[in-house]
Write a protein that binds this ligand. Structure first.
Ligand SMILES: NC(=O)c1ccc[n+]([C@@H]2O[C@H](COP(=O)([O-])OP(=O)(O)OC[C@H]3O[C@@H](n4cnc5c(N)ncnc54)[C@H](OP(=O)(O)O)[C@@H]3O)[C@@H](O)[C@H]2O)c1
Length: 154
């Protein structure tokens, strides 16, 4: 994965691990790092390019599919709403909506552009926090192994 002079999209880049990913990309010479966030005003750092992106809103996902050759699917929720005994079905459903379908939707939207940069769109898989030796890369940070397995299946 070539970072220098690249264009990257990091979802949830306003805080936490997403922000660290975004900063690391800048530090390694990425030309443009889109910070895909629900609230563009929450992005700090003038070298990041805020992009309104709620991964559960199809129009925003479609609009976010630009010229990125690196896509980091960082957005993810968990916590008390998803706990087996004390969580709720609504909380669990929301987590699946965001963690699985949101990741899937962003990857699908970006795949055609990535495909023109060296990979065939059909060849894309979601790689958990790993680099691909290709021009276009889709990375994910989900920690749910079972979900990851399902995402990997084509
Ligand atoms: N922390 C860990 O120990 C750990 C370990 C392994 C993997 N991970 C994974 O790494 C990722 C980031 O973890 P974190 O600890 O940095 O999480 P975090 O601090 O809770 O940040 C979550 C990010 O996701 C964004 N987000 C939530 N729902 C969204 C939606 N519908 N559309 C767009 N953005 C949305 C949040 O935006 P707002 O600011 O708008 O809420 C925030 O930027 C997650 O996928 C997590 O599962 C975390």
């Amino acid at each position: 994965m070539e970072i220098k002079e690249s264009t990257a999209l990091v979802t949830g880049a306003n805080r936490g691990i997403g922000y660290v990913f975004a900063r690391a990309l800048i530090a390694r010479g990425a030309a443009t790092v889109y910070a895909g966030v629900r609230d563009p005003a929450s992005v700090s750092g003038e070298d990041l390019t805020p992009l309104r992106l709620d991964v559960t809103v199809p129009e925003e996902v479609a609009a976010a599919a630009g010229d990125a050759t690196i896509v980091i699917n960082n957005v993810g929720v968990g916590g008390f709403t998803t706990k087996l005994l004390t969580g709720s079905f609504d909380g669990a459903r929301q987590a699946v909506e965001i963690n699985y379908f949101g990741t899937w939707a962003v990857s699908r939207a970006c795949a055609p552009v990535l495909g023109t940069k060296g990979l065939s769109a059909a060849d894309h898989r979601l790689v958990p926090a790993a680099a691909r030796r290709s021009a276009g890369s889709v990375l994910g940070t989900s920690s749910a192994r079972s979900q990851r397995r399902r995402i990997h299946e084509r």
